[in-house]
Design a protein around this ligand. Structure first.
Ligand code: GLY
Ligand code: MN
Ligand code: MN
Length: 376
């Protein structure tokens, strides 16, 4: 068995510093880590049902017997506190030990029940002056949205696995096969190439089903002269990829041909435009302008894209309203314009893009030309 890691690796220390700097600004003595991807980002620990507590000096993990050996192997430097009964009591004990008074928690990932229970347990535990629980919004997500080199390498590998899985099943995609069967083949090929899972349940949508952006595969069969939309990704060592290709089976209608060309052009325009300093809303606007000019603005009802990383949907969000921010080197985002015609079908093309110092790098390279996506 591998020896336990005894010290945090260098890239983890850099991440800890970012979090501790943010904690100083927010005047927090401790931050509760209740979202497993946040905890894994800071520790490499991948168990469930566990909570981390980071302070300026210490890093505690409250877990239980099932994850004890795993914690030693993945992050032997953590101060592990084993809970025997309620998580809230174990957390209150660890917080008491840390002497933290002002404790932040991520409001989007901590349940009301958890907050109440910890608050109650802290009040019972007589740690001197009363600790204060402070709700936070997206502190960890904002730190995680710019990826370091280690993360970028893992996302590259995740994209490569997703692409190879698609290529492996390309010849099995035929008229008469069901959406569910194709989704199952994709998952099998992802896992056989080293992915621990799909990054989300694959979408395989035949014919008119492809106008539902987040369709779930069914027993519908692939049909001649129809679009077939596939949206899939790998989860590799904790990191997601997220790709979409719309295949054109046989001779699709003129309308589908038209929207394919418009979506292709919208995506190309954005990829030519993206660079540091461009805002998320400006990027969305470039794609939307192409689609609106072609008369399909109403049929592009979702945002242009989103960050990917340990979560399939992360910051930044690329959309037309609701706040904007500048793209920065190290962000990895999807670019996924789409046009959806209810009853007829939809087209979406999605690639994963790294923002670089001088522009952007498209991490995915599967053919997306009209001709390249045609199958007999
Ligand atoms: N696969 C979900 C999405 O594209 O956002
Ligand atoms: Mn997708
Ligand atoms: Mn996506």
């Amino acid at each position: 068995m591998k020896a336990a890691v005894t010290r945090a690796k260098a890239y983890l220390k850099t991440r800890h510093k970012s979090v501790r700097d943010a904690m100083k600004e927010l005047k927090l003595d401790a931050l509760l880590l209740t979202h497993p991807p946040d905890l894994a980002y800071l520790t490499n620990f991948t168990g469930d049902d566990s909570v981390g507590i980071i302070t300026q000096k210490d890093f505690f993990l409250v877990t239980d017997f099932r994850y004890k050996e795993q914690a030693d192997l993945e992050a032997g430097w953590l101060k592990v506190s084993l809970r025997e009964a309620k998580m809230a009591d174990a957390l209150a004990k660890a917080i008491g030990e840390s002497k933290a008074k002002r404790i932040g928690f991520e409001a989007n990932f901590t349940t009301f029940g958890q907050v109440n229970a910890v608050d109650h347990a802290l009040k019972q535990s007589k740690t001197g002056s009363e600790p204060e629980l402070v709700p936070l919004e997206d502190v960890m997500s904002n730190i995680r949205k710019v990826k370091d080199d280690q993360e970028i390498d893992l996302i590259r590998k995740s994209v490569a696995i997703a692409e190879e899985a698609f290529e492996a099943i390309r010849d099995d995609i035929k008229v008469g096969e069901s959406e569910s069967h194709i989704a199952g083949l994709l998952v099998m090929e992802l896992r056989s190439r080293g992915a621990s899972d799909s990054s989300f349940p694959p979408i395989v949508a035949a014919g008119a089903n492809s106008s539902l952006p987040h369709y779930r595969p069914s027993d519908t069969l692939v049909q001649q002269d129809q679009p077939l939309l596939l949206d899939w990704g790998a989860l590799y060592k904790g990191y997601c990829s997220d790709l979409t290709r719309t295949l054109l089976v046989g001779r699709v209608s003129q309308k589908i041909k038209t929207i394919y060309k418009v979506v292709f052009e919208a995506q190309r325009a954005v990829l030519d435009f993206m660079r540091p300093g461009v805002t998320t809303m400006q990027a969305d606007r470039v794609a939307r302008d192409v689609i609106e000019k072609a008369g399909f603005g109403e049929q592009f009802g979702h945002g242009l894209g989103h960050g990917i990383g340990r979560d399939i949907h992360e910051l930044p969000t690329l959309r037309k309203t609701g706040g904007e921010e500048e793209l920065r080197p190290g962000m990895v985002v999807t670019v996924e314009p789409g046009i959806y015609l209810p009853g007829e079908g939809g087209v979406r093309i999605e690639d994963d893009v790294l923002i670089t110092h001088s522009g952007c790098e498209v991490l995915s390279s599967l053919d997306k030309t009209f001709e390249g996506c045609h199958i007999e």
